[in-house]
Design a protein around this ligand. Structure first.
Ligand code: SF4
Length: 196
């Protein structure tokens, strides 16, 4: 900026005055740059992230609306509807629009929590330990409920020790894998919340 220090200070003071910018600049109606504060001029949209958004699906219900997940420094900063989706065409309901909270909310559990039988407190559990415990329980329940044949000797090869109940948030692909897993394990009671 040219001029002596007093002129520069005066110009800076005038430039900070929206009416002055409106009268002297191109924004004569004062609906754009003339009315913009330095703070709002420095604001950036949440979608102004270093890389392109990741494509995802809303986890809440079986509609399966598509989402764009914007991340900065490895952390999700904005989740919006994906306009390319034939299902939702860029729309999200209020629940889906708030799914950023599900990802980043302070109440989200980051560790496996376990309360042992008769214990009164919850404790953290390593994920590998938790997975081993689940596998042990599944195999044990399958074995104890196993039926090779019925009373007439007809082949059954099934277990009544396991039952599967899918939720309405599971999509087609997940339901396919869900049914395949339970059937492979020998379960016959396989249901979905959406059918009940
Ligand atoms: S945005 Fe709403 S309607 Fe769409 S999948 Fe999520 S919860 Fe369901």
């Amino acid at each position: 900026m040219s001029g002596n220090p007093i002129e520069r200070r005066l110009r800076g003071w005038l430039d900070a005055w929206p009416v002055y910018r409106q009268l002297t600049g191109p924004d004569r109606l004062g609906r754009g740059a003339a009315a913009q504060s330095p703070r709002s001029a420095a604001l950036r949209p949440h979608t102004d992230t270093p890389g392109p958004p990741a494509r995802s699906v809303c986890p809440y219900c079986a509609v399966g609306c598509a989402q764009l997940v914007y991340a900065d420094a490895g952390r999700a900063v904005q989740i919006e509807g994906d306009p390319d989706s034939p299902v939702s065409r860029g729309r999200l309901c209020p629940k889906g629009s708030a799914s950023l909270q599900l990802v980043t909310g302070p109440q989200r559990e980051q560790e496996v929590r376990y309360r042992a039988p008769y214990a009164t407190e919850w404790a953290d559990l390593p994920l590998d330990t938790a997975m081993d415990m689940i596998a042990d329980r599944v195999l044990d329940a399958r074995r104890r409920g196993w039926q090779d044949t019925d009373d007439q000797g007809n082949v059954l090869r099934r277990t009544t020790g396991l039952a599967g109940l899918g939720g309405a948030t599971t999509d087609n692909e997940e339901n396919y894998l869900f049914k395949k897993l339970w059937t492979a394990l020998g379960a016959v009671q396989i249901e979905n919340q959406a059918r009940i």
